[in-house]
Design a protein around this ligand. Structure first.
Ligand code: DQQ
Length: 665
């Protein structure tokens, strides 16, 4: 089978003729369902008002501190799943941020055609078959399958009715979409089966801890286990009858206690530990730690794992160990032994990541964990969690890692939202996708950051390639590169700047940053130079991926890696920015970048993954055969030489629906 013909099983948008007919009947049924909805909304809002007043009253009732049991609206009866199918997302009102960047700026909706919208569907990134998705949940390897669960709205292309979608893969490239793993059907998760993580115990038991948003919108932690551990597909899940297993401590707001991590084992007292994110009353982001022996009863460990002032609510905390020794740089560390790696071991570092609800970015810091004192400390307080390094300087959120026992590696999944309008998402019938799965390693050369790189399995999709060696590009020029299917590419490039050119560095500007530096159209002594992807012939649409070298005050050079989305589309109803950050380049290193283009997503990695950027782009002209890729150089100091550039056209992943046979996808 030609892998290029296996785009995921997506129902095409109707043709213009079909559309006109469908629009007429949709208008008629919308009018009648609006009437129904009004009645429903009226009834539901009275009910919600009653519940929230009751919830608020219960939470505001006086209490006496430590021994206070948070009051939760309990019911022995099974709650009914919500019937609301929102036309607009109700994330913020439910106490959770759902969409990374609402469209602001020039108003007016672009006349998107169906072919433009249909083109946006990716070829080799993970996406559900339709509708809305957000955070990756409980990624785990089990009996031969990589499992990916995710936040999913089965009813619409906007956030709401959050359930757990589920898919399995042998290689994290080709997927089988499975039935929903968990739906909101209990009082303790009726407002959403929110984010959670998997832990496999030494006896092989799988524990899935997740946040439930209760009937009073209180965030509680719940336990679910596979109904049949012998089923490699883990199709059926049983929620623990005594849920919730954890309720918010009395000193925290009931809507700020969510997203349990994978558990790690502590030999000192033979307990499992989990971290949960929150914020305190001074708006500091915090991570709390609980211990448990059985995943049912928990005790909060005094103190906090970590806290950073003014960073706000920490969502989707992740905590894991990485090897810092050169000899074992490709050996990730199983989360369950994280604690035994603590303290004195010099060749181990602990990574703490939190997703900042305030700015919707994933920040991490490298540090050390002191399990005895329940404390994690960053190696460098200047780049603590939330104020320093990001996994990705574009759009990338609510990520989660897991340990892959097969290849002994740590793998990171991130939620990549949309930067178009909700209206366009509804027309497309889908919203959001996952980043490529990335391996995560400690950078043993810089000793200060992680390295992220697409899992090697992605390379199986590489088709025909074109290589250029020693391609020199003059200042203020561009050059079209060969790629006939430019919507799905893997580009790897290495650049060299002649020493004679670099000698001019004393004059390079000091104040540069990607966001303020004028984008790809600007020009300085040493940049920008790099690639224009998804560009039409006239370059009226183009997404630029580039380096820019500036100078530190001490005269040393500083390299920036940026994406300029501002000319990525003629459309005005999308968010377009210049994003990026500094990338460490060590003495003697050339400049390297890798760019994966997949229709509406561009994912880039500089210097082996020290700095990563993801953009969502929605071209209107540079699509299908009109999309091309160019090398460009706007540096005024002189020519730039690409020592090598290889461009692979990429095939598509082969995704299938579940065929209904338990045990066989
Ligand atoms: N998404 C979930 C929450 C989490 C947020 C709800 C992060 O559990 O905090 O869909 O995107």
């Amino acid at each position: 089978m030609d892998p290029r013909d296996t785009r995921s099983s997506y129902v095409p948008l109707p043709t213009t003729a079909d559309e006109a007919a469908a629009a007429a009947s949709a208008a008629a049924s919308a009018a009648s369902s609006r009437r129904r909805l009004n009645v429903l909304v009226g009834a539901t809002s009275s009910l919600l008002l009653l519940l929230s007043l009751l919830g608020a009253a219960l939470y505001m009732s006086p209490h006496n501190g430590a021994d206070h049991e948070p009051t939760i609206l309990k019911s022995n009866e099974q709650a009914q799943p919500s019937k609301l199918k929102p036309a607009v997302s109700r994330g913020p009102s439910d106490g959770v941020s759902e969409k990374v960047s609402a469209v602001r700026g020039p108003a007016g909706s672009f006349p998107w055609s169906n072919s433009m919208l249909q083109w946006q569907r990716t070829g080799f990134h993970f996406q559900p078959e339709k509708n809305w998705m957000n955070d990756p949940n409980g990624p785990v390897y089990y009996k031969g399958w990589y499992h990916l669960f995710y936040q999913y709205n089965p009813d619409a292309a906007v956030w709401g009715n959050i359930t757990w979608g589920h898919a399995v893969s042998h290689d994290m490239v080709h997927w089988y979409h499975l039935p929903l793993a968990m739906v909101p059907d209990q009082w303790y998760d009726i407002n959403g089966v929110w984010t959670g993580s998997a832990t496999i115990g030494p006896d092989g038991q799988v524990y899935m801890l997740y946040t439930g948003s209760t009937n009073a919108s209180v965030q509680v932690q719940n336990l679910a286990i596979p109904s049949d551990l012998s089923d490699p597909l883990l199709l059926h899940w049983t929620k623990y009858e005594g849920n919730p297993v954890l309720t918010p401590p009395s000193n925290l707001l009931p809507k700020d206690f969510r997203d349990p991590t994978t558990a790690w084992f502590d030999n000192s007292d033979s307990t499992w530990r989990i971290a949960i994110g929150s914020k305190d009353d001074s708006h500091a982001g915090i991570a709390l730690v609980y211990k448990t022996k059985d995943f049912i009863s928990y005790e909060q460990i005094p103190g906090l794992l970590h806290k950073v002032a003014k960073t706000g609510m920490w969502e989707c905390v992740d905590f894991y160990a990485v090897s810092a020794s050169l000899s074992s740089a490709n050996q990730a560390i199983d989360t369950t032994v994280l604690a035994t790696m603590s303290n004195s071991q010099d060749d181990v570092r602990h990574v703490l990541k939190a997703s900042m609800d305030d700015d919707r970015n994933d920040y991490y810091a490298v540090g050390r964990y002191d399990a005895i004192n329940n404390k994690w400390k960053p190696d460098n307080a200047q780049i603590d969690v939330g104020i320093g390094l990001r996994y990705d300087w574009g759009i990338f959120y609510a990520s989660k890692t897991f340990f892959d026992p097969v290849k002994q590696r740590r793998i990171l999944w991130g939620w990549i939202g949309e930067t178009d309008s909700e209206k366009a998402d509804i027309r497309k019938g889908w919203a959001s996708l996952m980043s490529l799965p990335r391996t995560v390693l400690f950078d043993v050369k810089t000793k200060s950051n992680l390295l992220q790189w697409p899992v090697e399995e992605v390379e199986q999709l590489r088709l025909n390639s074109t290589t250029y060696n020693n391609l020199t590009i003059d200042t203020a020029s561009y050059f079209r590169l060969s790629a006939s299917r430019a919507a799905q590419l893997d580009i790897v490039a290495e650049f060299e700047i002649k020493n004679t050119t670099l000698e001019k560095a004393v004059e390079a500007d000091e104040e540069y940053s990607c966001t303020t530096g004028g984008g790809a159209a600007g020009s300085g002594l040493f940049g920008p130079f790099g690639f224009l992807v998804l560009a039409d012939k006239s370059l009226s649409e183009q997404t630029a991926v580039y380096f820019y070298i500036s100078r530190n005050s001490n005269g040393s050079l500083k390299t920036h890696f940026c994406h300029d989305e501002t000319r990525s589309s003629k459309a005005t109803d999308i968010v377009k920015k210049v994003v990026g950050n500094v990338v460490p380049v060590l003495s003697g290193e050339t400049l390297t970048m890798r760019i994966l283009v997949d229709h509406s997503i561009v994912e880039s990695f500089a210097q082996g993954g020290r700095t990563c950027i993801t953009s969502r782009v929605y071209p209107t002209k540079a699509i299908d055969d009109a999309a091309g890729v160019y090398l460009f150089n706007n540096a005024t100091a002189g020519p730039i030489t690409a020592k090598s550039i290889t461009i692979w056209e990429m095939g598509s992943s082969n995704n299938r629906s579940y065929n209904g046979n338990d045990g066989q996808p």
